[in-house]
Design a protein. Structure first.
Ligand code: ADP
Ligand code: MG
Length: 235
């Protein structure tokens, strides 16, 4: 199976309003894919549909060969929601053990994940005392419990300065090297270049998809920001 996520002709209405309009894309296994689009374009709605918590109007979503929302997928997909919650009054280690209990994942994986996100020095520190970058890595760690094969990250780097973004991207790369499939969203085009493949979204529709290099060559632009603008202006 070459693709971890396959979305076919997805349509979603929320409160009766069409939000996602006939969307189709595939995410290759072991790749880092990005859904990029302005705020309100439907990124979170797509993620909710992929993890199986969003009712869809029509279309089909397959994750690891199974229909989205299947029981078997529960521990195989990690989901970091847009406003990820960690408990300020628990330590790093307590946060992860707490989430691990809720998810029913093994305690051994907690130690492994602490290493992976490089919070070994901070395990006894209260989450409220962590720096922005450490907090972001702790939030990411909660999505990695249970060692999911597919990791969905909704705007994981929002609000982080460029250096902290780089820190977080190092972890994404490590996960990619382990054969995990990452699908993340961002409303800022400067992260696009770091992804293997992109879906550019606007008002619930796909503007374009492909690798950053493909999209640049198709539009004749050199910067992703200009690629997006050029696609929006295209008649
Ligand atoms: N609970 C909801 N009920 C109705 N409409 C919603 C709800 N949540 C989001 N929307 C609408 O769906 C559209 C897409 O939202 P969202 O998927 O959150 O976009 P993004 O994540 O790209 O910012 C927006 O127009 C938003 O107003
Ligand atoms: Mg969102």
């Amino acid at each position: 199976m070459a693709n971890s996520i396959v979305v076919n002709n997805l349509c979603v209405k929320r409160d009766g309003n069409p939000i996602i309009l006939d969307l189709s894309f595939e995410i290759r296994k072991g790749s880092i894919a990005g859904i990029l689009g302005p705020s309100g374009s439907g990124k979170t709605t797509i993620f909710r549909a992929i993890v199986g918590v969003q009712e869809i109007t029509s279309g089909k979503i397959t994750v690891l060969g199974k229909p989205a929302g299947s029981k078997d997928l529960r521990n195989r997909i990690g989901y970091l929601t847009q406003s990820a919650s960690i408990y300020a009054d628990l330590t790093v280690s307590e946060n992860l053990r707490y989430f691990s209990k809720i998810l029913g994942t093994s305690e051994i994986s907690v130690d492994e994940i602490i290493d992976l996100v490089d919070l070994g020095k901070n395990i006894k520190q209260l989450a409220s005392t962590l720096s922005g970058g450490e907090r972001a890595r702790l939030a990411l760690a909660t999505a990695l419990l249970g060692k999911p094969d597919v990791i969905i990250l909704d705007e994981p780097t929002v609000g982080l300065d460029p250096l902290l973004r780089i820190e977080l991207w190092k972890v994404f790369r490590l996960l990619g090297e382990q054969g995990k499939t990452l699908l993340l969203s961002s409303h800022s085009m400067d992260e696009a270049d770091l992804c293997d493949s992109l879906v550019l979204l606007r008002e619930g529709k796909i503007l374009a998809q492909g690798s950053p290099a493909q999209l640049k060559s198709e539009t004749g632009e050199t910067q992703m920001e200009s690629v997006f603008i050029s696609l929006v202006k295209k008649p």
